[in-house]
Write a protein that binds this ligand. Sequence first.
Ligand code: HMG
Ligand code: MG
Length: 301
Amino acid sequence: MSRPSRVEIVDVAPRDGLQAEPGKVSTADKIELIDRLSAAGLPAVEAGAFVSPKWVPQMADTADVLAGIQRRPGTRYPVLVPNARGLEGAITSRVEEIAIFGAASETFSQKNINCSIEESLERFCAVAEAALAAGMRVRGYISCVLGCPYEGEVPMENVVRVARELDAMSCYEISLGDTIGVGTPARARAMIDAVSEVVPVDRLALHFHDTYGQALANILACLDAGVATLDCAVAGLGGCPYAPGASGNVATEDVVYMLDGMDIETGVDMTALVDAGRFICEALGREPTSKAAQAIQANAG
Ligand code: HMG
Ligand code: MG
């Protein structure tokens, strides 16, 4: 497989970016962020999560967010769903795509969704079947593919096994999460080589957090293996409440800057993207962690 000429970016900031924010972000600001991201040309914007509000209070207004956004034709708005209760919420909100989210690490699975990997797969299987029957698309996540905040190294065979199971549930795509950003390029590439033995590379996505500053290098290594879908978060927002110390996803602005420079198409308008990042950072009272956004803002000022 060679490097793709076009890459699809899934902006996960409204979900992954805001789920771990200590401050409250208003529903109106979430709606504006999502609308700005879709207007900037992002083909997919992860809009929220139908999870327990006791576990992740920041996502409690997902139904209101979905009711308020302008659904642009051609943009997908996936939401996270952990169980049957979450699927009910998604159906009521006219969601067209859900994401089920498993892990390659047993302890992370317990901390994040309060069950073992085995139990989670049984639950996801039922959720996926019902979602497909309701006409939805189902995306699958695997967390901790390059390391776990509780267990350290995660055997590659665990990642491959969960990928095979999610594939058997008819997930159209499997997003591989370096939840705590510990991966380095050769390991990231080896992981893709191993997983693509069981799921074709054109159905794999990368979901790399940038905790150790390795995400762009890891992405580049995996682009060379043919991966063409990248989960990113505008302004580098993100983290997982159940992964202590994990920082944000790789910043969408940094990824778009790199891909533009390599003549790899994304369809994303950089100016509108940087504006969207500035908008949410102002709401949060912080600076974007994206180096590209910082440089573009400095040059504009
Ligand atoms: P549990 O406590 O075992 O569930 O949590 P339960 O069935 O016993 O329910 C407990 C309470 O939650 C009950 O309420 C339920 O009704 C309610 P009570 O009777 O006590 O009043 N409840 C719900 N409410 C709304 N929506 C629901 C729902 N389900 C139950 N869907 C559960 C199990 C899975 C629900 C919980 O652990 C949970 O919500 N976990 C989600 C954690 C989460 O969202 N983590 C962040 C996303 S994953 C991530 O960031 C990684 C990723 O980015 C990839 C990467 O970076 O690696 C995707
Ligand atoms: Mg994540």
